[in-house]
Design a protein around this ligand. Structure first.
Ligand code: S3P
Length: 178
């Protein structure tokens, strides 16, 4: 299948954006980039370090700066975004204008299960106790759903089927070119 646009994956931390992005990129034979990894390489600092030492506001500026660089790439890529990328600085408008945005949807309970082991690596979860994790995720999802639900395609993360995903991308491309 040929795809002429970037494909962006969004969704809450832990929903599997990078894992699915890599698989999708391999199937589509498009290069894959993870935005957080790209930021870390360009800045030579971890996301955690940026949050802890320079603050979330600067992280969001960097996120937008490097997102813009990726959007401008001529060759279509599969790009996995950070959990908050689509919620700041009007990023979602540029993303949707230049690519296909896919939202990997997952319930707060499923996300909490996946995140409880990796919360120390994630700056936003560092101070959230395991007992409060579901509640924290539910609250954040409520704030962020207004952005996530603007995606062109929404997929149930738990039962994500790549063949079906490809069909949807193809249908989306066909509609756009009609
Ligand atoms: C964030 C999610 C993280 C990372 C940063 C902020 C968020 O990415 O960008 O810690 O605001 O949800 P992942 O979704 O890949 O964990």
């Amino acid at each position: 299948m040929s795809n002429s646009k970037h494909i962006f994956l969004c969704g809450f931390m832990g929903c599997g954006k990078s894992t699915h992005g890599k698989k999708l990129a391999a199937i589509l034979k498009q290069p894959f980039i993870d935005l957080d990894t790209y930021i870390q390489k360009q800045e030579n600092k971890t996301v955690q370090f940026i949050f802890d030492n320079e603050g979330e506001e600067l992280f969001r500026e960097l996120e937008t700066k490097y997102l813009n660089e990726l959007i401008a790439l001529k060759e279509p890529h599969v790009i996995s975004l950070g959990g908050g990328t689509v919620c700041f600085n009007g990023n979602i408008e540029k993303i949707k204008a230049k690519g296909i945005l896919i939202y990997i949807e997952m319930s707060a309970a499923a996300l909490a299960e996946r995140l409880k082991k990796s919360n120390q690596k994630r700056p936003l979860l560092k101070n959230v106790s395991p007992d409060n994790l579901i509640e924290f995720i539910e609250k954040k999802l409520k704030e962020r759903n207004q952005f996530y639900t603007q995606a062109h395609i929404t997929l149930k993360g738990i039962s994500l089927n790549h063949i079906q995903l490809l069909q949807w991308i193809q249908e989306y491309n066909t509609q756009k070119n009609a």
